[in-house]
Structure formats: C-alpha cells, structure tokens
Write a protein that binds this ligand. Structure first.
Ligand SMILES: NC(=O)c1ccc[n+]([C@@H]2O[C@H](COP(=O)([O-])OP(=O)(O)OC[C@H]3O[C@@H](n4cnc5c(N)ncnc54)[C@H](O)[C@@H]3O)[C@@H](O)[C@H]2O)c1
Length: 260
C-alpha cells in the first residue's frame, strides 16, 4: 500500500501504459481518477475503472481532452472535488502519428504538439497551482506537497524513426520535467519522468508492424520488449515517498536501449 489514500490523476489511463499505471496505483491504495477522451480500451477488454471498482478499489473516470485548456482545468478541479486534494499527476496521454518530416501536415504537427506537449504543460500548470497551496499528505514526506510523473520516451532523447512530431513532443516533455522540477522545488513540488523503451501494450497498427518490432529488438539488449507493468512499477516508485530527494530525473525503462 505504497500510495495509501494518495489522490492521483492519470491522463490517458483508459488504455495501454496508463491503464497499467491506474490499476497498479489503485492496488497500492490510491484514489485514482482517469482523465481520458474515452473509456474504450485500445487493446480490448473491460474499461479500466470498471475493473478496479469490481475489485473494490477507488477508481473513477472523467472526460478530459488534454489539448483543451478548459478540460485540463476542470479535470484538476473535479479530482479535488471528488477526493479533497491532488497528490500526484501522471501525464501519460499521447496522440499517434508515425510519419517522417515530408509527410507531416501542419495540422498533424499541431495536433501532436497539442496533446503530447501543450497538454502536459496545461495539465501540469493546473495541478501545480493546486499543489502549492496544499499541505503535504498525512503520513507523507513533510517537504513534498505534490508530485508530477511524466511519461516521456527514449524517443525524446534519440531520434524516433519516421515519427518527427512524436519525438519532438517527447523531447519537450523531457525538458519540461527538468524545468518544473527546478522552478518549483522550493514550493515542495517533485517532478520526474519515466522514459519507456518499446512497450507492447496489446494494441495493433504501427505498434506491432514487424519492421518496427524487429527494429526495437535490434535496439534492445534485454531479450524481451517491455510490458505496461514494467512502466507502472517505475511510475509507482516516482509517485511514492520512496522517491525522496529525487527530482528532475528521467528514468529509463527501456531494457537497455539507451545504454547500447
Ligand atoms: N508503447 C510504447 O512503446 C511507448 C514507448 C515510449 C513511450 N510511451 C509513452 O507512454 C504513454 C502511453 O503510451 P501507450 O502506448 O500506452 O499509448 P496508447 O495509445 O495505448 O494509449 C493512449 C491513451 O491516451 C488517450 N488519449 C489520446 N488522446 C488523448 C487526449 N487528447 N486527451 C486525453 N487522453 C487521450 C487514449 O484514449 C488512450 O487511452 C505515452 O505518453 C507514450 O508516448 C509509449
């Protein structure tokens, strides 16, 4: 119960990595709110919040398009209305594109940035504003008022082949993690990121095209690709009091991709 009674908002928690984080955090005692544009699970199956509530855990869903500033503000306000405070924000939502420079339209570029980068900015701004005005959680570290966990990517540090908008957005998230950590350390805000390598979430499309799966294996020293649960474990560490005096960090969960 490493997150007992902590209030956590997870964007994009309906599917994939966000789904695994939501379920893991609930099982660790958190009150989880999922902010997503849908309850539908991309890889199939029962909606995340329904699985959790069937287990007797505290998990709810709200509609939030992170590219819409009013939605971001409302998601934080509703989380606080439901549970009294917000202890952890997990910025996980992402849009998908998968195109090289010459094939990306201005509208596609703008959409990727709106969800993957500006969405992180707006959610973080709304969350930090609330966090700086609250006392540390009961039983928590006395100098921590709130935590941000960004889901970045190894592709924010090395080129994302044929996916320029995604990689650029992720590079921005890696940077924003450090900036928020530095600017709000004195206010008791901890900000870190988890950078997954190739994670097999169960969805189809480009994610499972043989050329990209083969490429990922060729870049990953560990003999298997990642699972959403691998990422959830590291997100849990950064969301918990075990991550004390750790801020501005981008934790690679990549099977060694970036060491190779
Ligand atoms: N899967 C991987 O291999 C991998 C690797 C590195 C990093 N990541 C990162 O992990 C995170 C999750 O990836 P995933 O593979 O689980 O993604 P996914 O595509 O499986 O799920 C994304 C979730 O975000 C939601 N979403 C999309 N647009 C939204 C919006 N505008 N507002 C709110 N929610 C929205 C979707 O409905 C979905 O629930 C992303 O930030 C991604 O960049 C994934």
């Amino acid at each position: 119960m490493r997150l007992k009674n902590r209030v956590v908002l997870i964007t994009g928690g309906a599917s994939g990595i966000g789904r695994a984080i939501a379920l893991r955090f609930c099982r660790e005692g958190a009150h989880v709110v999922i902010g997503d544009i849908t309850t539908e699970v991309l890889e199939g199956g029962t909606p995340t919040h329904e699985i959790a509530t069937a287990e007797g855990l505290s998990c709810s869903w709200l509609r939030c398009d992170v590219s819409d500033e009013a939605d971001c503000e409302a998601a934080i306000a509703q989380t606080i209305a439901r549970h009294g405070r917000i202890d952890v924000l997990v910025n996980n939502a992402v849009a998908r594109l998968g195109k090289p420079l010459l094939d990306v339209s201005r509208a596609e570029w703008d959409r990727m940035m709106a969800v993957g980068l500006t969405g992180v900015f707006m959610m973080t701004k709304a969350a930090v504003r609330a966090m700086v005005g609250q006392t540390p959680p009961e039983g928590g570290l006395p100098d921590v008022r709130g935590r941000i966990v960004n889901i970045s990517s190894q592709h924010g540090m090395v080129a994302s082949p044929e996916d320029i908008a995604y990689g650029t957005a992720k590079a921005g998230v890696v940077y924003m993690t450090r900036q928020v950590a530095v600017d709000y350390a004195k206010a008791g805000i901890v900000c870190n990121a988890v950078a997954p390598g190739k994670i097999m979430t169960g969805k189809g499309g480009r994610a499972i095209e043989p050329r990209w799966v083969d490429y990922s294996h060729s870049r990953t020293p560990w003999p298997r690709l990642g699972t959403p649960e691998d990422v959830a474990g590291s997100a849990l560490f950064l969301a918990s009091d075990d991550a004390a005096y750790v801020t501005g960090h981008n934790l690679l969960v990549d099977g060694g991709w970036m060491a190779f």
